[in-house]
Design a protein around this ligand. Structure first.
Ligand SMILES: [Zn+2]
Ligand SMILES: [Zn+2]
Length: 595
């Protein structure tokens, strides 16, 4: 039980070296904290991906000033190069040392006699199993970042603690790069922009993860909805509307109840029946298929719906509009006769995706072929030939369409392999936007049939697919992609007419009416504010066009055009402005022509 021998940090793999530095910094933070607030109760202080944290129970909430004080104090300790000394201690010693530290005593219960160790640096001693640098001087570039609430051992039943986060990297340049990425993510954060532009709200009375779409956000949603539905109609999809509530039995039959129950809202009981909010639309669309007998001539049958789904995401997971509990998926199920039809349908879906993401200007995505795991019968339906067929098929189609992709074992749906579209969020996380799945399983479960050309009964194969994902996730992604500067066709307000003085309001209204006749979304800013204030407000609202009108413009049936982002096009005839905006909208241009 001697003190830790010297560690040659340079010889360690980078992740272990960083992990030691980060964990050691957590000790130094705790050292500073007990100096700031004597009697602070200590939780745990592990390393994390970008640094470290330490949990404390404190008699008062921490402030930004506290963080600054703590950080300064930590830098002093680092300068003094205190050695980290490990020592083994008995349970009795440990219990005496941390007699007034409830959480340390709780941790002690999980440690076997004979393996209790403590770590001392300077005058501070913590219960710890090790993994430090040699002395505090080896702690490199760090910064205390934030204070958050956290429950002891992550359970809401336990006391709430204050968690102090620190960022730590091997040198200042890496730390600066990280802080810059954070700043970029903050600037793009859909929650902040969504609030500033009044796109959506999350209301405590309604519940976490239950999005309220405000008029401006609902406008974006409606435009996306109309567009994708038209694209689907062009491609032979039929839209249906099915209920969000079904009997529990339906999901028992589909297998969702077995594989997905934890993520479902609880059962509702009425008249001796059990009902649930649907977590997925597949069974509903299977009911649509089963509503009549089908012949091979009708297949493929493409059933589509902007279907709402309900998933009880854990409270820690719920986030803005990107992780919600009630969502609307641009969903479809294609019932195919035979494997060739499946191939051409999957190909059609991939081509539709490429078209849609191209129009939206999305670039940071990759295709992932998500495979099952033949060894895991807990997670996956046990049917090896089915998995092999499905996986080979998806691989073939990806290659045929010429999309680059990577393969990932153990990422499939419980009933079959899939192609996932993986996006990078503004905060750098890799997330699945939508999937395409080939499913031999549900047709079997539900005994689906069609009449073959020889008059026999055959099982169809189902292709499950989304394209624009849930409207919630897509709009969150687009907000971050565009930083709130939506292309004209998606902009909630496409132009604001700004009268220079009160006497120009009547003409401004005429201009607005002319544009509205083309179904352009136009406002007149007739508030008694100065023109410059109105222009600034329009820019803050990220409206694509501001049309300024005064005496000269009124006389010549014109408006002075200012484009979002600064370009001043000068006076243009109203007819020309109308044509410009209409064309920019109808072509779904990402930005004004020539900018
Ligand atoms: Zn430690
Ligand atoms: Zn489905």
């Amino acid at each position: 039980m001697a003190s830790e021998s010297h560690v040659d940090l340079a010889s360690l793999p980078a992740d272990e070296r960083l992990s030691r530095m980060r964990h050691s910094a957590a000790h130094v933070l705790a050292e500073a904290m007990v100096e700031l607030i004597p009697g602070a109760e200590l939780g745990i202080g592990p390393p994390i991906d970008t640094g470290f944290y330490y949990d404390f129970r404190l008699p008062r909430p921490l402030t930004q000033d506290d963080l600054e004080w703590l950080e300064k104090r930590m830098r002093q300790s680092i300068k003094r190069k205190h050695r980290f000394q490990m020592a083994g201690i008995s349970r009795a010693e440990a219990e005496a040392r941390w007699a007034d530290q409830e959480f340390k005593l709780d941790l002690l219960k999980d440690i076997e006699d004979g393996s209790i160790t403590q770590c001392t640096h300077a005058a501070f001693t913590d219960l710890c199993r090790g993994g430090h640098v040699n002395h505090t001087g080896e702690i490199p570039a760090f910064k205390l970042m934030s204070i958050a609430g956290a429950y002891w051992r992550g359970s809401e039943k336990n006391p709430q603690l204050q968690r102090v986060y620190g960022a730590l990297f091997e040198d200042q340049a890496e730390l600066d790069a990280y802080l810059e990425r954070l700043e970029d993510a903050r600037r793009r954060d859909h929650r902040r922009i969504g609030r500033d532009l009044k796109l959506f709200d999350l209301v405590d009375e309604i519940g976490p993860g239950h999005v309220v779409w405000l008029p401006a956000g609902a406008t974006i949603r409606r435009e996306l909805q109309r567009w994708i539905e038209d694209l689907e109609l062009d491609r032979g999809y039929q839209h249906v509307v099915t209920p969000a509530v079904s009997k529990r039995e339906l999901y028992v039959k589909s297998g969702h109840w077995d594989h997905f129950r934890d993520a479902m809202y609880p059962v509702m009981e009425r008249d001796g029946e059990e009902y649930v909010l649907r977590p997925m639309n597949c069974p509903s669309h299977i009911m649509v298929y089963q509503s009549e007998q089908h012949s091979y001539r009708e297949l493929p049958i493409r059933i589509a719906e902007l279907g709402n789904m309900h998933r009880w995401e854990k409270s820690g997971q719920v986030q803005g509009m990107s992780r919600v509990r009630i969502m609307t998926l641009n969903d479809a199920h294609i019932f195919c006769a035979g494997i060739e039809q499946v191939e051409s349908e999957v190909e059609g879906v991939l081509r539709l995706m490429e078209h849609v993401y191209g129009v939206l200007g999305l670039k940071d995505y990759t295709y992932r072929l998500s495979l099952g795991d033949p060894g895991d019968h807990e997670k996956y339906v046990d049917n090896p030939p089915m998995w092999e067929r499905g996986e080979a098929l998806l691989r073939r189609v990806l290659q045929k369409v010429g999309l680059s992709f990577y393969e990932a074992k153990g990422e499939a749906a419980f009933y079959g392999p899939k192609i996932d579209v993986q996006f990078q969020t503004a905060s750098g996380k890799d997330e699945t936007l939508v999937t395409v799945q080939v499913d031999f399983h549900f047709p079997e479960q539900f005994k689906l049939e069609y009449v073959s050309d020889e008059g026999g009964r055959e099982r169809p194969i189902i292709v499950h697919r989304g394209v624009i994902s849930t409207l919630e996730r897509m709009v969150a992604l687009l907000i971050e992609e565009y930083e709130g500067n939506f292309p004209l066709w998606l902009s909630p307000v496409q132009a604001i007419v700004v009268p220079i003085a009160d006497r120009h309001v009547a003409y401004a209204s005429e201009v607005a009416d002319t544009l509205r006749a083309l179904r352009l979304r136009v406002e007149v800013d007739d508030r008694g504010e100065r023109m410059n204030a109105k222009i600034r407000d329009g820019q803050l609202r990220k409206v694509p066009y501001l049309l300024v009108v005064g005496d000269r413009e009124a006389e010549s049936a014109a408006a002075a055009v200012r484009v979002r982002g600064g370009a001043d096009l000068g006076a243009m005839p109203i007819a020309a402005i109308a044509e410009k905006l209409r064309s920019e909208r109808d072509t779904r241009a990402l930005r004004p022509e020539g900018s």
